[in-house]
Design a protein around this ligand. Structure first.
Ligand code: SF4
Ligand code: FES
Length: 240
């Protein structure tokens, strides 16, 4: 016999002047291999069609289902209820603009970061559509691939002490994005540009070293290594 789960879910619609933030409780019978994606859909289908939350892929790829699950930022679609106690508290990710209930807008923040980082390869070379694909050594390709695995879920930002007190901090996801282009030999931005972009309190020196980002990243992106790489790079820039 499965457990009866109690869901305590944060409710608030910022677009409704009558709405007030509060916690609403729902009960659900647990079934084998139940994940939070299915649980929330069952609650919405059978108990409360007004409940707001986001899902797209259901497979840990789109990054849209991140929320605070019993206080920890993580992906709902990758969380089994059997790994949680029978009382499950769900809150939206802090830091990001709230849409309603468990739904937040991470897209605006990630777009701004992409613009700040100028998230494209800067090269003076003219594009030649007939040219052969540029070769790259394996170690560099793997490092770029690792940074590119970020699904922009926002968990690292929601779990970050610095990001939660200052909106301008680039956070682990932003710094990971920068490292991706620093590593890339095709990007011709020099030490000076990188130093200007990253060696500030908004950049790598805003990090106070709690490293919750590395603990909560659902894609296991090596964020500790990323920070160490950027700091070493900044020291090299500084002594030049
Ligand atoms: Fe999510 Fe990890 Fe990317 Fe942060 S670095 S946004 S936790 S996938
Ligand atoms: Fe896409 Fe969870 S629904 S990551």
């Amino acid at each position: 016999m499965g457990r009866t789960l109690t869901f305590k879910i944060f409710r608030y619609n910022p677009y409704d002047p009558l709405s007030r933030p509060h916690i609403q409780e729902y009960s659900l019978e647990e079934t084998p291999r139940l994940n939070l994606f299915n649980a929330l859909n069952m609650i919405r289908d059978e108990q409360d069609p007004t409940l707001m939350f986001d899902f797209v892929c259901r497979a840990g790829i789109c990054g849209s289902c991140a929320m605070l699950i019993n206080g920890r930022p993580t992906l709902a679609c990758r969380t089994l209820t059997s790994d949680l106690p029978k009382v499950i508290e769900l809150y939206p990710l802090p830091f990001f603009k709230m849409i309603g209930d468990l739904s937040v807008d991470t897209g605006v923040w990630f777009r701004e970061i992409a613009q700040r980082v100028e998230s494209w390869i800067h090269s003076g070379k003219e594009f030649d559509p007939g040219a052969e694909e540029a070769r790259m050594d394996n170690k560099t390709a793997v490092a770029i691939y690792n940074a590119e695995r970020c699904i922009e879920c926002g968990c690292c930002i929601a779990g970050c002490a610095t990001a939660n007190v200052r909106q301008d901090f680039m956070g682990a996801a932003g710094l990971n994005r920068i490292a991706r282009f620093m590593i890339d030999p095709r990007d011709e931005r020099g030490h000076e540009s990188w130093f200007e972009l990253v060696s500030t309190d908004e950049g790598v020196f805003g990090c106070i070293g709690m490293m919750a980002c590395d603990d909560v990243c659902p894609k296991d992106i090596p964020l500790l290594d990323t920070f160490a790489f950027i700091r070493r790079y900044m020291v090299r820039c500084g002594v030049r």
